[in-house]
Design a protein around this ligand. Structure first.
Ligand SMILES: NC(=O)c1ccc[n+]([C@@H]2O[C@H](COP(=O)([O-])OP(=O)(O)OC[C@H]3O[C@@H](n4cnc5c(N)ncnc54)[C@H](O)[C@@H]3O)[C@@H](O)[C@H]2O)c1
Length: 298
């Protein structure tokens, strides 16, 4: 059999939020880091919880891939600068940045608190701004690169998460501006808008039970394909955009959402109505949603 080079062979990548909220399934950052390593990249795995990134490291190393962990809260500018320096010191150059950190914030413009607004903007937008700020000069030094921003369909359609939507919309605006500003320096900047994918973070929002199962089925049925999506669907799209296969693609948003943005909601009603609905449970209230931290982080 002929050995083929990986699609990002010998590239150096940073993936932010490369751990995953504990639970069944896989987060988009973790899956993207594994996919990039499988395709030949050396990957700096960045997460504010070291143990989450270390789990990703073990997965990659068990498959013979190359990676290292950098544990930090990327809302901090010094940590972001240090992250880029660590990637270059450890692996020699920097070619790929996947800005994947994100946290949902439920609430309308009336009921979201100022603190939750600021926190959502910090986590979903400031982290991408800071990581890019320090990554771009390193990519210019390397002769070019690719940045992939993980946004959300919440940036494009209302869903009662005003602070999250504003931050993810800001990420799309940042994508086109960065694509314009750094195109001539050989840097491509694109975004992915995941839809109703199932990740451990999503599953941890509600207690397991009939209501959670109902919501999961509804998330699948809302899409044209009627099947569930997960972290791998985002990872494969991110790997394509990061690779030279996408060398003439910049400034775009790629929806990964089973076509929910391509249909009039009314047309999906028969599919959604066919899902039997269990009795409602009390609402969780409005706040920046915080998935459980690992025990050892406290
Ligand atoms: N899950 C979905 O349905 C969905 C839909 C649309 C978009 N997205 C986006 O996909 C991305 C990943 O979602 P996920 O469900 O895989 O989440 P996840 O919680 O499993 O993974 C995100 C990781 O980021 C880390 N992190 C959070 N804040 C950080 C900070 N300040 N500094 C460093 N690390 C930090 C967390 O510790 C976590 O390990 C997010 O940007 C999210 O908004 C998810």
């Amino acid at each position: 059999m002929v050995e083929r080079a990986g699609r990002v062979e010998n590239k150096v990548a940073i993936v932010t939020g490369a751990g995953s909220t504990p639970g069944p399934g896989i987060g988009t950052g973790k899956a993207t880091a594994v996919a990039l390593a499988r395709e030949g990249a050396s990957v700096l795995l960045v997460d504010r919880y070291a143990e989450r990134a270390e789990q990703t490291l073990r997965l990659i190393e068990d498959e013979g891939g190359k990676a290292a962990v950098f544990a930090a809260d990327l809302t901090d500018a010094r940590a972001s600068e240090q992250m880029v320096r660590t990637a270059v010191d450890t692996f020699g150059e920097l070619h790929i940045l996947v800005n994947n950190i994100g946290l949902a914030a439920v609430g309308t413009v009336v009921d979201v608190s100022e603190e939750d607004w600021d926190r959502s903007l910090d986590i979903n937008l400031r982290t991408a701004f800071l990581a890019s700020k320090y990554a771009v000069p390193a990519m210019i030094e390397a002769g070019g690169g690719s940045i992939v921003n993980i946004s959300s369909i919440s940036a494009l359609r209302g869903d009662g998460t005003v602070a999250y939507s504003a931050a993810k919309g800001g990420l799309l605006a940042m994508t086109v501006d960065m694509a314009y500003s750094h195109g001539r320096q050989g840097i491509r900047v694109n975004a992915i808008a995941p839809g109703h994918i199932t990740t451990p973070m999503v599953l941890s929002v509600s207690a397991p039970g009939p209501r959670a199962e109902f919501m999961n089925t509804m998330r699948s049925e809302a899409g044209l394909l009627g099947s569930p999506g997960d972290g791998w669907d985002v990872a494969w799209a991110a790997t394509f955009l990061a690779s030279d296969e996408a060398r003439w693609i910049t400034g775009v948003t790629l929806p990964v959402e089973s076509g929910v943005l391509s249909v009039t909601p009314l047309l999906m009603a028969p599919h959604l109505r066919a899902v039997p609905e269990p009795a409602p449970e009390p609402a969780a209230g409005s706040a920046v949603f915080e998935p459980p931290a690992p025990e050892s982080s406290h």
